[in-house]
Design a protein around this ligand. Sequence first.
Ligand code: 13P
Ligand code: SF4
Length: 332
Amino acid sequence: MQLTTEQLKEKINNYKKKLSVTVVAHFYQRDEVFEIGDITGDSLELAQKTKADTADYVVFCGVGFMGQSVKVLSPHKRVVMPKLACCAMATMIDGVGFDNSVKALNEAGILSENILPITYINSNVEVKAKVGQMGGMVCTSSNAKIIITTALKEGKKILFVPDRCLGQNIANQMGLKSSIIGDGSNIAESDIICFNGFCSVHQLFSVDDINFYRKKFPGILIAVHPECDPSVCDASDFVGSTSQLIKFIKKLPEDQKVAVGTEFNLVNRLRPKNTYVLSSTKPECPTMNETTLEDVYNVLKSIDEGEPLNEIKVDDETQKWAKISLDRMLAL
Ligand code: 13P
Ligand code: SF4
């Protein structure tokens, strides 16, 4: 028999009381999943808050790289995911793709010892480990600027993976030269060389959408995530991570209209009025939307029965190096 949403919530709450578990949910999760989160936030906050949490099990409602990051930072914890959903951007680069990117820089005349790699947290654990081994570190959308500022002090070229948009947006903000591997741009003359990855959800927002809203509602503000195309970020009033967007929008006067360029579930929860989705196509992240209440219930049940489903495992060597690259970020 299919359980109703209310029945599922009740059963989930009973398991939460009975078991040593913390349910963690990213802002992009479906409303009903987000509401049962004990810890919610952007990807940096989730990594930090979950590290400080003391429960034996983390039930992570989000995408694979987020669950992996928790496991890497707290190897003694058991991390399970109601759905093993994979961020599309994170799947664009693996260890081989990373090695080939280093090779592309070498071929452009940049020696490996003069490369400092930075990986956006939206990457798999293998890539984070490779970055750690090369002396690099992780960044998130909320701290990318400070991480890159620190990295540049080493006087090296930055190899930024996998999100070309975040890499180029930070370069533009800081007045640095950037290029994208494989698109014919000049790698040797760039400060930041980006892998050609992107988020298909954030590619939905365009300058045409911004012009449409500015014409329709003069005085409207445009707030977007830095995974949007540089042309979109340049034409916006505010660019920030999911948490930064929420803080910015919640402080606006009630009658201030704002159009927001990020995932639909987050935008839909923001404010009852005067908030618009900056796209005519509903910007839903397919993988973030995969996790259902039923999946959360099933994973809690499996913990109670002693056979946890979808547990995240990372081998020791990968864990060691990925932790180094994440810890370097957290230390800043
Ligand atoms: P935040 O780091 O802003 O939470 O973003 C994660 C993400 O996947 C955005 O698409
Ligand atoms: Fe990945 Fe884009 Fe979904 Fe964020 S919105 S989890 S970057 S696919």
